[in-house]
Each structure stands twice: as C-alpha cells, then as structure tokens.
Design a protein around this ligand. Structure first.
Ligand code: SF4
Length: 490
C-alpha cells in the first residue's frame, strides 16, 4: 500500500501555497523556486502557468515541486517561457486529488487566456456550481476554484478585470488568488484577508507569494501585504491597486501563526517573525499553565519555538527529548497496518538519555484527533519519563475549518467530544493544558480576544466570520434525509 503523508495525519493541514512573478524573462524559474519555499503548504501537486506575450504555457503534475521542476527536468521550465508566471502547490481541499484539479486552472475566455491559482476555499461553491450547471456551464474539474472561472466568463461586463471583480462579488469564503491574463498578473485577497498574500520586489520584478519566505528564496524585498479586499493588477513591472469591496474589519487566519506558516516567514499583522510569535505563545503558555518539572521538550518540529518560549519564561531547561527523522519521504510504503500504527516511531524517536528519570513538559502546537499525542506520551514513558505534562500552544481545536484547511469532521476532533479530564485520560498524560484564547491574542501583542477579534479563530471559537452556505445546505439535506429515514422506519 502506498499512502500520502501517513504520519502527519494528526495535524490541520494548510491546503495551498501560491506564487507569482512579473516583469522578468524566465519568470517561471523564479516561480519554481518560490513554490519550493512554500512546499510546506501543500505536497500533493504543483503547477506553473507562464505567458510569453502571445501564448500561455502550463505544466502541472502530481508530486513535490522538486520532483516536477528539478534540474533533471529542466525541459519543464524551458517549456514555460515569458515574463509573467504564476504557480501553485496543493493539498486537496475540495475536489478529489486528480490532475484535472491541479492548479493553475486555465480557460480561454472571450478576452483571451485566463489562469488562476487559489489558496483558500469558496464556502458557497457548491451552491454556485449547481446554479451554473443548471444554466449550461460544463465543469472540467471538481475544484471550487473553477466556479470563479465560470462566473468570470459569464459576467456581463465588457472588460476581463471587471468581469473578474463581478465574479468575486458572488463568492463567499476565503481566497488569495494569483491570475494571469493577456493584460497582466492579478493578485487579490478576500475582503477579510483570511488567507495570506504578500507583495515583494526583486529589482523591478514584482513578486507575490503566500508567505514572505517565498520572497526570501528569490532574493526579493518584502514590500507589504496585499491588503484584505485589495486587488492589484501588475502590468510588466507597474502595479495598480483596486479596492472593489466595501471595507470590512480584517480576519486573517490565526492558525497561520500557530502552525501553518514557516517560522522564518513574517507574521505581518503581528509585525514580527512567525518564530517570534510562536515563542511568545510558549511564554504565555508558561505563565498560564505552570508546572513543576525537570525539562521542557518540544514535539518537533512544529512545537519547538513554543517550547523555547515556555522554557525561557519558566526557567525549566529546554532539551531535545524527541528526535525527528528528516529523511522520511512524502510517501512511504507501509506493508502492514501494524507498521502504520507504529508510524509515529518512524518519524519521532525518544532521546532516552535526556528523558529517563525526568519529569517532562511536552509542548505541541495543537491536538487534532489526539492519536499522535497519545503515542508520543507513551513514547516518553517507555523512555523512562517519570511524569509527562502536555502543554498545547493553541486553544482546543473544536470546530472544522471551511476556509482552505484540511480538518477532520467535528466527530473526530478530540476537543469537540471530550472534556479536558477525558482528553488527559485519552492521551494518558499526567496533566494537559491549553493556552487560553485571550492568551493567544496576548502573544500577538493584543490585550485579549475582545468582542471583535482581529483574526479568524473559528476552529477554536466556532465563530465563523463568513456565511457557510454550502455547509448549511449540506446540513439541511442531512436533516431531510433523517426525516425520510424516520418516516420510512415508522
Ligand atoms: Fe484558520 Fe481556523 Fe479560521 Fe480555518 S477556522 S481560517 S484554520 S483560524
């Protein structure tokens, strides 16, 4: 059996990363480098579209950026000429994982070619799709992103930019988009700015990327965020800014700081690196949930900055009590279920000399299903830890995300179904504690969450900042099915 990412299945997963470059010959090569730096945002597929002034060129494939656009595969980049290109790394959010869903998606519209790379999730895509199909649209993929193409194609405005804006006004949810048209590159964020997108410059070349780490890798300077609700049009090296939506208070995803973004990226709204924010979260966690212990151990790699912050604040020594193998491929052959069950040991191993005889504080970024936490606590005990106290650098994850992050359904989220005591028992820890919601906002430099939070935190709070039309439709259908079943049983 061949399976994907078998040992990361107890994390929320960011679904996509996007990158665009305009105003330089060979833009596709920069995009390939940028996508490589954004690989942590999606490992299932990668694609790039370029425009050479006359024709659009696309190469998309399943697999990692390094496999698809490697030195051994230089032909793939050579086949993407032109001074503008955009690209995408993907983990499936909506639409099954198949090549036809790999982005950028491309269509020939009446105004010429249109390529689109999307990070996020359209939360009324199903509703819109049904309407479009009923009136004659023929979809090529099962991706929510294709809805934007059809809405753009069918808009009554006479220019592609206005058609595109018209389409965006009909969609709900989260989107950071980079599009390529004959007129230039378009980049935009949804009115709440739920998913990130930053603007950079490399000389005159304009770069747009999901995270600043994408700018760093191509030697570009960070200029600013693309603002929530802003749309920029890049013609060569010139940038026009448009604000087609009524202004709203932004709600960027707070989980970017907890886990998704690379620590060496800038947490723009917090004005610091993601690493600095994660350390501050760890320090706040130490203030809120102190414990008498001998060492602080991170669950690598994502728990490491918070563990450093916890150790510095508490004065308890930081130690690497768990060593992570960095040589496990994206896919791994698992001959038996038993080996899959033991998978966590292939990825993480206890550093026995450090752990034996110690009371440990174990720091992780989040608990999703609880399966990994349970195994890691057991691993610490097997290595001789006398006490294992688990501390989590985010509030309990109780709700699914509908904005472009892969979350298990609510029934599988440990915190949605168990009390703190039950969770502690489930993972077999001596104690378990989470950072408070206010504490998380304090680590971002705010006084607390307040009545009008500055970020989306729906996976913790259940307060979704946009309507969830498709979800509501689905629940209504389920209710209806339940009524029918009940009637049938009577
Ligand atoms: Fe981020 Fe959670 Fe909001 Fe999704 S629900 S956008 S993961 S904060």
């Amino acid at each position: 059996m061949l399976t994907t990412n078998p040992f990361d299945d107890d994390k929320l997963r960011e679904e996509c990363g996007i990158f665009g470059a305009s105003g330089v010959e060979g833009a596709a090569a920069l995009v390939a480098l940028g996508l490589h730096a954004l690989q942590h945002r999606g490992q299932e597929a990668a694609g790039i579209t370029s425009f050479d002034g006359t024709l659009f060129h696309t190469h998309r494939a399943m697999g990692l950026v390094g496999e698809t656009f490697s030195q051994q595969n230089e032909d793939a980049i050579r086949a993407l000429p032109g001074k503008a290109a955009c690209g995408h790394v993907r983990y499936a959010t909506t639409g099954e994982t198949a090549l036809r869903n790999v982005q950028p998606l491309f269509a020939e519209l009446s105004e010429g070619g249109f390529a689109i790379a999307h990070n996020g999730n359209i939360s009324n895509a199903m509703r819109l799709r049904q309407e479009l199909v009923r009136t004659g649209s023929i979809f090529q993929s099962t991706s929510d992103t294709e809805t934007i193409i059809h809405l753009t194609a069918r808009s009554n405005y006479d220019q592609l930019l206005y058609k595109f804006i018209d389409a965006l006004k009909r969609v709900e949810g989260a989107y950071s988009l980079i599009c390529l048209t004959r007129e230039g590159m378009i980049a935009c964020r949804d009115p709440l700015g739920i998913r990130p997108l930053v603007l950079g410059k490399r000389g005159d070349t304009v770069i747009v990327a999901s995270e600043t780490v994408g700018l760093d890798v191509v030697g570009a300077e960070f200029v600013r965020e693309i603002e929530p609700g802003e749309l920029i049009v890049v013609k060569g090296t010139e940038i026009e800014s448009h604000r087609p939506f009524p202004p709203r208070a932004p709600r960027p995803c707070i989980f970017e700081y907890v886990y998704f973004s690379r620590p060496d990226s800038k947490a723009v709204s917090a004005g610091r690196s993601v690493y600095a924010v994660r350390k501050a979260i760890g320090a706040q966690l130490a203030k809120e949930t102190p414990i008498d212990a001998d060492i602080v151990i991170p669950v690598p790699d994502s728990g490491t900055p918070a563990a450093i912050g916890y150790a510095q604040e508490s004065g308890i020594p930081f130690e690497l009590g768990i060593i992570r193998s960095h040589y496990m491929g994206r896919t791994f052959i698992q001959p038996t279920d038993e080996i899959r069950h033991e998978g966590v040991r292939l990825k993480h191993n206890a550093n026995r000399d450090v752990v034996a005889g110690k009371r440990i504080v174990l720091i992780d970024d989040s608990i999703v299903r609880g399966t990994t936490s349970h195994k890691i606590v057991q691993m610490m005990r097997d290595a001789g830890a006398t006490e294992v106290h688990m501390r989590i650098a985010s509030p309990p994850t109780k709700n699914p995300c509908f904005y472009g992050v892969d979350t298990p359904e609510k029934a599988k989220l440990l915190a949605a179904n168990k009390s703190l005591e039950q969770m502690t028992d489930h993972i077999k820890a001596d104690s378990l504690a989470f950072i408070s919601m206010d504490g998380l906002y304090k680590a971002l430099g705010e006084a607390g969450r307040g009545e009008q939070p500055s970020h989306c935190d729906a996976c913790f709070s259940g307060e979704y900042p946009t309507p969830l039309t498709d979800q509501r439709d689905r629940e209504n259908v389920d209710q209806f099915a339940l009524i029918e079943e009940t009637e049938a049983a009577e």
